[in-house]
Design a protein around this ligand. Sequence first.
Ligand SMILES: *Cc1c(COP(=O)(O)O)cnc(C)c1O
Length: 390
Amino acid sequence: MDEKGLPEEKVLELLAEFQSRDMTYTSGRILGSMCTSSHPLARRVYCDFLESNLGDPGLFRGTRELESMVIGMLGDLLSEPAAAGHIITGGTEANLMAMRAARNMAGAEKPEIIVPKSAHFSFRKAADILGIRLREAELDHEYRVDLESVRKLISGNTVAVVGVAGTTELGRIDPVEELSEICLEEGIHLHVDAAFGGFIIPFLRETGAELPEFDFKLQGVSSITVDPHKMGLAPIPSGCILFRDASYLDAMSIETPYLTEKQQSTIVGTRTGASAAATWAVMKHMGREGYRELALRVMGVTRRLRDGLVELDYQLVVEPELNIVAFNHPSIGPHELASRLEELGWAVSVSSCPPAIRVVLMPHIGEEHIEMLLRDLEGLMRDTPQGVRG
Ligand SMILES: *Cc1c(COP(=O)(O)O)cnc(C)c1O
């Protein structure tokens, strides 16, 4: 740190230079992220609540109430209005809390969790932090978890099974209904990771899309992760963990000696109330209708990309169910294709299972960006001799 401080304007000037090197969602060039421009209202509210601390909720009673109301709204959306939970930093922390609750409640000597091969890497962190063994279940030919594989992995040490509703790489929805039956039968905690899918699947279902059940309506489901900072349009960091009832929170509560609450179940102590307030604001403002319209709009853009790729003879990994499209060039490998697209100014990501270019059609990507992308992809097809139709 310097001895003498700089004038505010000078500091801002220096910052502007750094910020100018960041990519922006509004450019429409970020194609591989699950985050997006937050709603302008949410942004404003976030700044207004910057100083509220939900780690000491007795001091911030109003914000605490906002958090409870968000939990209520999300519980309602996911078929259990009495669900208990918290607004936290994101899917990673939510999954960690779910695994912690499941471990504490089961009390197994050598705890294990079963996650699909397609599960988010946050479960590896959770397993490492909690001292749990991670067992990976195989996927079927459509990249959903294979139920036989899950059954084979279940043992007396299994404390949780995870199903994903909207996988990070391909947007696949695991057969949660069947997982629910298995877990009810075996008395095992079923956690559904709907970090991405939780803010789009219910709304697409409301518009008549034939997507499977994945929420608390299924009796075996004990907890759900859903991220308002993905399809919910809330600012980063905003994640949510929901449990079927408060007993799961009690199973990991710790006494807090000097704060205004006596017990704390969250991992983080001092934690932002701005996320809860901003999420409340955007959900109140959008309403179910607003999120339905948003879901239909992103699926329209997804369809345009899907159709354009097929027309150009790119190979789709699977038919998109949600707003994620994964594809390959007939002769250029995905990493090579990603770097060529990067040279053209596109930030895409490459999935690992299977390797493919992965585009997440978040709300900041419009039809106009997809038309430009398709023109570039057409060029890459033309310039590759093996890629020419014949
Ligand atoms: C994004 C994502 C996560 C991790 O969420 P963060 O907010 O990045 O911590 C976990 N699970 C799934 C399915 C995700 O898509």
